[in-house]
Design a protein around this ligand. Structure first.
Ligand code: COA
Length: 532
């Protein structure tokens, strides 16, 4: 049975919200254009004059015609390094090659020679993690100057840095997930190991180079004078050293070769058959902005969002009259079953245990979970504490953390404090996590943080000038929390897999559910359902 909508798209409030949300989307589009631009016109021109294709064009040529491309964290590094490292210099995402879902990881040589900044490494590692979780082959389109040397302490020595990308390559390959490279440009040092550690590697004649040290390093180290082509060119590596397996005369040929290799991978892969036919929602997803608006303090019924996301707007709501600040509902999305937990106010003890109970039901039935976060946190105060909120909220955290079904999270509003934890924030390793452009993420809101910090410092702020100091502390705290809870601050640092629009959300989640259905084996065995 489909749910009715109580929204009036002709109301003044709706128009106000829609306008506010449209502004948020305009900002998103502007910043996405920055990510797509790469290193700018001048460097792009130089790149093309060298006979090289822009990174996104390479990806287009690699993918099957009409394949979707689920791009991961396109706004990585936004607002960092004076905005000179668009998309963190690397494009990563999932698309179909010869009918096989693949993770594509492609350096953008127009951004500082494709070298690795902190966010580049984080994005590369995150893409590999997704590939491993979903059992996807990895296709590396390599054009990479290795570590960005001025930032070497941020990318080289630690776990999760450059070394981990190579560790992941080896481990995934050993687990039967093919690691394939096509080399399009100069790959030095770390860049050289991407093809060298791949199962098979292609190199483009004329532009592709692989060397542990380039000509200047060779001159400095052993006083040998050699040109780049002799040292690490395509012919040498394919015919003499054997570092690469195939020589391509141009980029298009290299991409065609990569497709051919994928065609013969014999991946143990079966496309997930959707549980049922995909039906569009009965209500327009384009109306979500008019419902949600941009003011997180303005309440709305989250069911109005749900019925604009799920198939046929059909929700089987669990315990609709209990713990009403958490809406729990079974639904289908692009034909795949999903169990949704969506905030509809602050989490109380009753809503927390309801959520835990619902997660157990999804576990028992092998239904993936979708958390839609719009949460200020769990209820505080004497009544809540005496009612055992700490214990009951812990049940939700425990059930969510140990769920044996895949989990997806979308920040559709506020993501504050322990609410972020209970609703499967990044720290709880959801399979995918996306954010809407109106979302906010922090331990607490700027207003609450300002009150808490000034209260905490009250005893140390005494005497002459104390009031001025208090005002300055309040100003600084509000500024800091406002800046740091911004969704672009978050996505720049890879705290999510990207900012998506409400109207794209259904398709993005549908693709994720399809990947999860085919990649993750069904868990069997006991799965108790304790009534909470
Ligand atoms: N660290 C810091 N900066 C780097 C870099 C690196 N590893 N690789 C490239 N860059 C910078 C260049 O300094 C240049 O910056 P600028 O535009 O501000 O002057 C920009 O990236 C483009 O480099 P450029 O050499 O002009 O591009 P190219 O396309 O002709 O060559 C490379 C690309 C990657 C082959 C070449 O830059 C190179 O060999 N880089 C150094 C590789 C290296 O020694 N890496 C060791 C890392 S462990």
């Amino acid at each position: 049975m489909s749910v009715a909508s109580r929204i009036n798209p002709r109301s003044e409030a709706f128009a106000r919200n829609a306008e506010h949300f449209a502004n948020l989307l305009a900002t998103l589009h502007e910043r996405m254009a920055w990510a797509m631009r790469g290193g700018g016109d001048k460097l792009m021109q130089r790149h093309i004059e060298r006979g090289k294709l822009p990174v996104r064009q390479r990806i287009d040529l690699l993918l099957d015609v009409g394949s979707p491309f689920l791009e991961i964290a396109p706004l990585a590094a936004w607002g960092l390094y004076d905005n000179e490292v668009p998309a963190a210099g690397i494009v990563a995402g999932i698309g179909l090659v010869e009918g096989v879902h693949c993770m594509i990881i492609a350096n953008d040589a127009t951004v500082k020679g494709g070298s690795f900044f902190r966010e580049t490494v984080r994005k590369h590692v995150r893409a590999q993690d997704i590939a491993l979780q979903n059992r996807l082959p990895c296709l590396y389109l390599v054009d990479c100057g290795g570590a960005y040397l001025p930032e070497q302490d941020q990318v080289f020595p630690d776990w999760g840095h450059f070394g981990t990308t190579f560790y992941n390559q080896c481990r995934m390959s050993a687990e039967g997930l093919p690691q394939l490279s096509a080399v399009f440009g100069g790959c030095t040092a770390g860049g050289a190991y991407i093809p060298a550690l791949s199962d098979e590697a292609i190199i483009v004649q004329g532009t592709g180079r692989i060397h542990l040290g380039g000509p200047p390093i060779v001159k400095a180290a052993i006083n040998e004078v050699v040109d780049g082509e002799t040292l690490g060119g395509a012919a040498m590596h394919t015919r003499v050293s054997g570092v690469t397996d195939y020589l391509a005369t141009d980029e298009k040929q290299a991409l065609a070769k990569l497709r051919q290799i994928v065609r013969h991978l014999n991946m143990p892969w079966t496309p997930a058959v959707p549980a049922r036919a995909s039906l569009p929602p009965r209500f327009d997803p384009g109306e979500i902005g008019g419902i949600v608006g941009g003011n997180l303090k303005q309440p709305y019924d989250v069911r109005e969002v749900l019925i604009r996301l799920v198939d046929d707007s059909e929700l089987q709501e669990f315990k609709p009259e209990y713990g009403t600040t958490l809406v729990c509902a079974m639904a289908h999305l692009h034909g795949q079953p999903v169990g949704i937990l969506a905030n509809n106010g602050v989490l109380f003890s009753d809503s927390s245990v309801k959520g835990a109970h619902f997660i157990e039901l999804c576990n028992q039935r092998n239904i993936p979970l979708l958390f839609l976060q719009n949460i200020t946190g769990f209820m505080v105060g004497t009544e809540a504490e005496r009612g055992g909120i700490a214990k009951h909220s812990a049940k939700l955290v425990y059930a969510m953390s140990t769920a044996r079904v895949p989990r997806l999270t979308v920040l559709i509003g506020g993501s504050y404090g322990a609410g972020n934890y209970g609703m499967c924030g990044r720290g709880f390793a959801p399979n995918f996590l996306f954010a809407w452009p109106n979302s906010r993420i922090a331990t607490m809101s700027p207003e609450v943080a300002t009150t808490v910090l000034t209260e905490l410092r009250k005893s140390s702020l005494k005497g002459v000038g104390a009031e001025a100091e208090r005002v300055e502390l309040a100003r600084q705290t509000t500024e800091q929390f406002t800046r740091q809870s911004d969704p672009y601050y978050a996505t720049a640092r890879l705290w999510d897999d990207g900012i998506i629009e409400p109207s794209q959300t259904r398709d993005v989640l549908g693709l994720c559910l399809q990947l999860l259905a085919q990649g993750i084996p069904r868990v069997t065995g006991p799965s108790p359902v304790f009534r909470m």
